[in-house]
Design a protein around this ligand. Sequence first.
Ligand SMILES: Cc1cc2nc3c(=O)[nH]c(=O)nc-3n(C[C@H](O)[C@H](O)[C@H](O)COP(=O)(O)OP(=O)(O)OC[C@H]3O[C@@H](n4cnc5c(N)ncnc54)[C@H](O)[C@@H]3O)c2cc1C
Length: 398
Amino acid sequence: MKNIYDNIIIGSGLTGLTIAKLLSSKKIDYIILDKNKDAGGRISTNNSTRYNLDEGFQILLEDYPNLGIFPEINNSSFKRFESGFITKKGRSLYKVLNPFKNIKGLFFDNSFPGFTLKDKYLLGKLIFLSKKYENQEIPVKKFLKNFGFSPTFVNDFFISFFQGVFLDNNLNVPLKYFLFIFSLFSKSNVSIPVNGMNQIVKEILLKLDSSKLKLNKEVVNIKADSIETDDGEIFYFKKLFCTDPQIEKLIDKRLNQNFFKRISYNSVQCFYFLAEIIDVDDRFIYLLPESKNITNMCLKKLKDDKFIISASSLSMEISENAIEKEILGYFDNTKNIKFLEAFKILNALPSNPEFFNFQNKSFYQYSSNIYFAGDYLSYPCLNGSIQSALNLVRSLSK
Ligand SMILES: Cc1cc2nc3c(=O)[nH]c(=O)nc-3n(C[C@H](O)[C@H](O)[C@H](O)COP(=O)(O)OP(=O)(O)OC[C@H]3O[C@@H](n4cnc5c(N)ncnc54)[C@H](O)[C@@H]3O)c2cc1C
C-alpha cells in the first residue's frame, strides 16, 4: 500500500511543531518525520547523567510575542531569573539589577564600574525609543558607539551579555533584531523549565496526536512528490515542509537550486559541573567580560550547597580542565567540583543576515509543493522559528 500524505513535515524542532500545531488546529492531516530519537531538534535536554542538562545554555523570554500559540508551555515549572546580571571585574563580583524592572536597580546594586549616569540615561532612552532606530542599516557595535555609550559599557555589558545570546562577540545581527531582543530582555521575565528546555517540547507534544510523529526516520532522498527514508520507506506528499536548510542537499538534482549553500552557523560549547558552593546567588546570569574562555555562567541549586554550574564558551578548542580552573577562581568557597558533561554544538545559531526575515515572509517556497521554514529564514531564536512557521501556514490559506 502506498504511503500518501497531504502534508509531510521534515523536522520536529519548534518550526515543525508549530506547522503541525497550526495544521492540526485546522483539522488538516500531516505527519512529522525526524531523524533523531527525540523530538525538539535544537531544544534538546540530555538525561545521560542524573541531571537534565540542556545541550547548550538556552533561555525562554516569557514575552516572546509568538509563544501565545502554545499556552501549554506554561504547564512546565520554571526557574525564573532576576532581571539583571552578576559580573566579575578584577577580583570583585558586582550585582546589577535591571532598573527598568526593579526600581532598586536605580539606587542600589548598580555599583558596576563603568556604568556611568550617561550610560544609564542612554539605556533608558534606547529601551523606550528602540523602534525609532530599528530601520537604520548599521552594524550593532557601531550603532552603540554612535549612540554615545561609553566603550567600557559597550564591552562589559552589551558585548559581554549579547555575545552569549547571539553566540558571536561581534554582535553581527541586523540592528532590528538586536533591538527586538534588547528590548525584550529589558522588559520580559527570563526563565528555564526546571526539567530543562526540552520540557516545553514535551508539553507541546501532549497536545498533538502522537501517532503523527515518526522519530528515527531520516529522510535521505527527495523527489518532486515523494521522499525516501533511511530504512527504504517511500512517502508520497502533496505538500512538503522542510525545516532545516541542510535538507536541500537531499533534493533531486533536477529540482535542486543550491539555494541554501551559503548558510553558516555560530557554534558554542557548554560545560556542566557539579560543585558545593557557599554563599552564592543562583538567581542571576553571570557575565565575565574579562574572560577569554567563558561567555556566561549560570547556577542551578540542587539541595543544600550543591549546584550545577553551566559555563558556555564560544571557543571550540577550550577543555573542561581550563574551564574548571577558571570557575574555581570565581567562587572562593567552592568544594568538590566534578565535571559532568560537555556539549559541542557546531550548528547552534544560523548566522546569515541576508536570509533573515527573508523577503519579509520568513519562509521560502522552493517549488510548487515544497517549502522551507525555520529560524534561518526568520530570526535565530525560538520566536523566529514560530514566526517562520506561522507566516508559511498563513500563506497557504490565502
Ligand atoms: C546552544 C543553543 C542556544 C540557543 N539559545 C537560545 C535562546 O536562549 N533563546 C532562544 O529563543 N533561542 C535559542 N536558540 C535557538 C533555538 O533553539 C532555535 O531557533 C530553534 O530551536 C530552532 O528550531 P527549528 O525547528 O527551526 O530547527 P531545529 O531545531 O534545528 O529542527 C530541525 C529538525 O530537522 C530534523 N532534520 C534535519 N534533517 C533531517 C532529515 N534529513 N530527516 C529527518 N529529520 C531531519 C532535525 O533532526 C531537527 O530535529 C538556541 C539554540 C542553540 C543550539
